[in-house]
Design a protein around this ligand. Structure first.
Ligand SMILES: [Mn+2]
Length: 345
């Protein structure tokens, strides 16, 4: 095998450069395959699909959508590259989940959709393009990778053709309330995403992880019965935090009717998502997000219809951000499929 072949092969998995001793210009590359065998009959990772799995046949149970939308991000940049980076990172996520009797896809059909094309000369055209794109995948359980949180109203617009939004509960994990009426004159800013979904008619918002918000948002949340805000400080406080956390889980468990999860990864502490658009200290632990996901899936009277994972800006130095996003997207898929196996909706 020539050195070029070795390099090409290494590209499929992981590359480890072993630099030659001082004074020599050449170097060799060693292929490092996954240490744990993957699903039966799957001998190698498929590039560009979620979890590196081959495309399933027939109607999809779960569709992984990519919305590389970034127009209004106010601080860090790079969320347009989030979906692709997350799909690449997902190839490194384990296929075993304790919730499932077999490894993913566990007999189900997963479909990785082509990304949204990004076309549209104006913001409005782009948002309606996202609505159209999402509309094509609603017969399955969509997991939408973003992209900035400003895409949420466009997603809700698509959902509204199937679900009466006034019956919908949106569970929002986020550092920010996203309840501003406008930011710097822009009503479509990601900082206004949840306020716009209320304008569209969404009946209930349960938001958690909130810790960077404006007086306007605090007052809006206090005065509007549709919004329940759970502040990160109240959840994580060593004195009383545990009781508040249990109360949150109980609230999720009692959801009735259709539910959508919108997971802005900045809801997590920046240790897990260092390169997200607006990292804010004092955020949720990884396991708190996992527990919330599992609780949505098992809520007895809820019908979980889909999720988005947004504000993923790739971490070029060590991939922590997109790997966190990939693990959580996988948990969403596994928790949904486990519920489906039990005969739930
Ligand atoms: Mn947000």
């Amino acid at each position: 095998m020539s050195p070029d072949d070795t390099w090409e092969q290494a590209d499929l998995f992981q590359r480890l450069a072993v630099f030659a001793p001082k004074g020599r210009t050449s170097c060799c590359f060693v292929t490092v395959k996954r240490l744990i065998p993957r699903v039966e009959n799957v001998t190698e990772l498929v590039e560009g699909t979620f979890l590196g799995l081959p495309e399933g046949e027939g109607e999809a149970d779960v569709s992984i959508l990519s919305v590389p939308y970034e127009l209004t991000t106010s601080y860090g940049q790079g969320t347009h590259a989030g979906p692709e980076a997350t799909i690449i990172a997902s190839a490194q996520v384990e296929l075993y989940d304790p919730l499932l009797p077999e490894d993913l896809p566990c007999g189900f059909t997963l479909h990785t959709a082509k990304p949204w094309d990004g076309e549209g000369a104006t913001l409005q055209e782009q948002l309606s393009g996202i609505t159209d794109y999402v509309s094509h995948y609603l017969t399955s359980f969509p997991v939408i990778l973003g992209g900035e949180h400003g895409m949420l109203p466009a997603i809700m617009d698509a959902i509204s053709k199937q679900v009466d939004l006034t019956n919908l509960t949106v569970v929002q994990i986020d550092a920010h309330a996203d309840l501003r009426d406008e930011l710097e004159g822009d009503p479509h800013s990601h900082a206004c995403a949840v306020r716009r979904t209320l304008d569209l008619g969404v009946g209930k918002i349960l938001q958690i992880g909130i810790r960077a918000f404006a007086r306007e948002e605090a007052e809006f949340s206090r005065d509007d019965a549709r919004v329940d805000s759970w502040l990160a400080r109240d959840i994580l406080n060593p004195c009383g935090g545990e009781a508040n956390w249990k109360n949150w889980l109980k609230t999720i468990n009692e959801i009735e009717g259709p539910v959508w999860l919108t997971l802005d990864i900045d809801g997590l502490d920046p240790a897990y998502v260092p390169t997200t658009g607006t990292p804010v200290p004092g955020g949720l632990a990884f396991w708190q997000v996992v527990e919330t996901i599992e609780m949505i899936a098992t809520a007895p009277n809820a019908h979980w219809i889909g999720a988005d994972v947004n504000e993923i800006a790739p971490d070029l130095s060590n991939h922590v951000t997109e790997f966190t996003a990939a693990m959580l997207a996988t948990k969403i898929v596994a928790a949904h499929l486990a519920r489906k196996l039990e005969g739930g909706k």
